[in-house]
Ligand binder design. Structure first.
Ligand code: AMP
Length: 627
């Protein structure tokens, strides 16, 4: 079987291809139709079928692997380590499901999970799936405003949280951020379930807040029957940034997602049930949803849930886990490798890495020095793969399970099965030839597991993703790319105002909105600039109302972003300036701003005034470098 013929089959005969893949999961009631694309761009997969992703990830394995490790929860923050067998995971998920049910959570209700990387976060996700509730996990690094906008959009009946996370050994209280978010949001969740880790003191809100330990004691031995749901029932909502300040709730189905993930374990990740996978992402991101929680468990593997940095207690920690748990597949992001690269490779090589067969990287462009360093250090295949929150699983990768095509440096590979990829001219919509730069687009239907819609906003789903290329309804990835003569794609950065900091997507508009809330800010522009460690970092240009205290304003802008969105979105620099380059219609010319900030030629500048403005900005930046 060749990659080419299989890929062609997946596009030309999706019913055949995906009907076959669907056998990888359990169907309580068989589907009557593989694909329904009668209402484009909405694709429905496996109509008529009843299934449950928790059943497939947990219950289904009890017969063969009840005693096998399922979840390996390691925290180098609290120095705790616990291995849950499939039986123990089943017990904990049932208990969590019973708690949710006892507090009125039913099929279709939303549950927001705002948690550090602890086992209870995994229990909560799977418990939601068990009872047909829809989880929405919000990254623990987000602060109150980000959280409030997600609460208002998803309207969760319950929030599951912990009183604190921890970073570098320092407790990071979550509870005050959550309380503030709930006071800011219009919608008020009825209940908040708190896992008290004993890291930070807090005051529960009477009548609203529930103590997980007490609830767990009450429901310890409860068993909660599986809620069989339609394949098309939403399994979760995951918010991501775009060009507007309002985050988009990516809505994912159940059956298509389970089938797609299960298929990637054979086609891309090439791992076997019983092996151990360690994905270093966070459950707050899509990679964490798919490859910390769902895919390894669907595939009957053990999965490592890691709370901590790659450097504590030292730069060998991840590799010591490889040795200890005989990890066979790792999945990380280039930024993490660049962090490790600053340390002696001896930290990696002192451990027995013989169990590890492949190291996957995704989330941001993989640069040559990073790829060669990690390859040199561990001497295992390094596999790049490209995808988005919207797709839920890799769009581009070498499909090693079908045909081990050679990898090409700088390319994440070729289209995964079901992805009908096109490279288009952004102005005319015309299809481009080999090695021409264009927008990477996907012809509908999107394969199973990709977003169904934007939660509560079908119109926005269509206008955001399917109507940006002139003359045709086609999904835009908002990435520039080229395709070579062999069909390999190369990613050349975003077409929109989204930036990628350490593999995490941030909308510059959200950061601008946050900074503009400062009373002394009259205008602001945020752009992403190249960063040696994180790929990109955000920098802000601010025009003050009153320019008497520049240093104070810089610090306050950063603090405002910290408090409202979270430290992850904090600009690395804030420059106080007097004017911004603008088009005649008043739009800020970000491209020129970014070029000047990166020390490049800003290209065509429409007016002399803009040239003067950019020269002034350059001077401000240079002065800041000196000071
Ligand atoms: P997110 O939805 O946060 O995962 O961000 C998705 C975006 O990250 C993509 O649209 C790309 O811009 C970028 N990205 C993800 N994986 C890769 C990769 N392997 N190479 C280059 N860019 C990537």
């Amino acid at each position: 079987m060749s990659y080419k013929s299989e890929h062609e089959r997946s596009i030309k005969n999706p019913d055949d291809f995906w009907g076959e893949q669907a056998k990888l999961i359990h169907w309580e009631k068989p589907f009557t139709r593989v694909l329904n694309y009668s209402n484009p761009p909405f694709a429905t997969w496996f109509e008529g079928g009843l299934t449950n992703i928790c059943y497939n990830a947990v219950d289904r394995h009890l017969l063969d692997r009840a005693e096998q490790a399922a979840l390996i929860a390691v925290s180098t923050e609290t120095n705790q380590e616990k291995v849950y067998s499939y039986q123990e995971l089943y017990d904990e998920v049932n208990c969590m499901a019973a708690i949710l049910k006892a507090h009125g959570i039913q099929k279709g209700d939303r549950v927001l999970i705002y948690m550090p990387m602890i086992a209870q976060a995994c229990f909560a996700m799977l418990a939601c799936a068990r009872i047909g509730a829809i989880h929405t996990v919000v990254f623990g690094g987000f602060a109150s405003h980000s959280l409030a906008s997600r609460i208002d959009d998803a309207k969760p009946k319950m929030i599951v949280t912990a009183e604190a996370g921890s970073r570098g050994g320092k407790a990071i209280p979550y509870k005050p951020l959550l309380d503030e978010a709930i006071s800011l949001s219009q919608y008020k969740p009825a209940k908040v379930l708190i896992v008290n880790r004993g890291l930070a003191a807090f005051t529960p809100v009477v009548g609203r807040d529930l103590d997980y330990a007490l609830e767990r004691a009450q429901h310890l031995h409860d068993l909660v029957p599986i809620e069989w749901v339609d394949a098309t029932h939403p399994s979760y909502i995951l918010y991501t940034s775009g060009t507007t300040g309002k985050p988009k709730g990516v809505q994912r189905d159940t059956g298509g997602y389970a089938v797609a993930l299960a298929s990637t374990m054979n086609h891309i990740f090439c791992c076997k049930p019983g092996e151990t996978m360690f994905c270093t992402s966070d459950i707050g991101w899509v990679v964490g949803h798919s490859y910390i929680i769902y895919a390894p468990l669907l595939h009957g593997m053990a999965t490592v849930l890691y709370e901590g940095t790659p450097l504590r207690p030292d730069a060998g920690i991840w590799w010591s886990l490889v040795e200890k748990y005989k990890i066979s597949v790792m999945f990380s992001a280039p930024t993490a490798i660049r962090v490790l690269k600053k340390h002696d490779p001896r930290f990696l090589t002192q451990y027995d890495l013989s169990s590890l067969h492949t190291f996957f990287l995704a989330g941001e462009p993989l640069d040559e020095p990073t790829a060669s360093w990690i390859h040199g250090a561990i001497n295992k295949p390094i596999v790049d793969n490209y995808w988005q929150t919207e797709t839920g699983w890799p769009i581009l990768a070498i499909q090693r399970g079908v045909e081990a095509l050679p990898s090409k440096f700088g390319s994440p590979g070729v289209p995964s099965f079901g992805y009908n990829m096109k490279l288009l001219d952004d102005a005319s919509g015309a299809e481009l030839g080999p090695n021409q730069k264009g927008v990477i687009a996907i012809e509908g239907p999107l394969p199973p597991g990709c977003m169904q819609t934007i939660w509560g906003d079908d119109k926005r789903f269509i206008s955001t993703y399917w109507e940006t290329i002139p003359g045709r309804m086609i999904y835009s990835t908002f990435d520039w790319g080229i395709k070579d003569q062999d069909g390999y794609f190369f990613i050349l950065g975003r077409t929109d105002d989204v930036i990628n900091v350490a593999g995490h997507r941030l909308g510059t508009r959200e950061i601008e909105e946050s900074i503009s809330s400062h009373p002394n800010v009259s205008e602001v522009a945020v752009v992403g600039i190249e960063d040696k460690l994180k790929g990109q970092s955000a920098i802000a240009f601010v025009i003050p109302r009153d320019a008497t205290n520049v240093a104070q304003l810089e610090a306050e802008c950063m603090k405002t972003v910290d408090n409202q969105l979270g430290a992850i979105a904090r600009p690395s620099r804030v420059y106080v300036i007097t004017a911004l380059p603008k088009t005649r219609s008043g739009k800020i010319v970000r491209r020129s701003l970014q070029a000047v900030a990166e020390g490049r030629d800003p290209g065509d500048i429409s007016t002399m005034e803009d040239q003067t403005v950019l020269t002034q900005i350059k001077t401000v930046m240079e002065q800041n470098l000196v000071s």
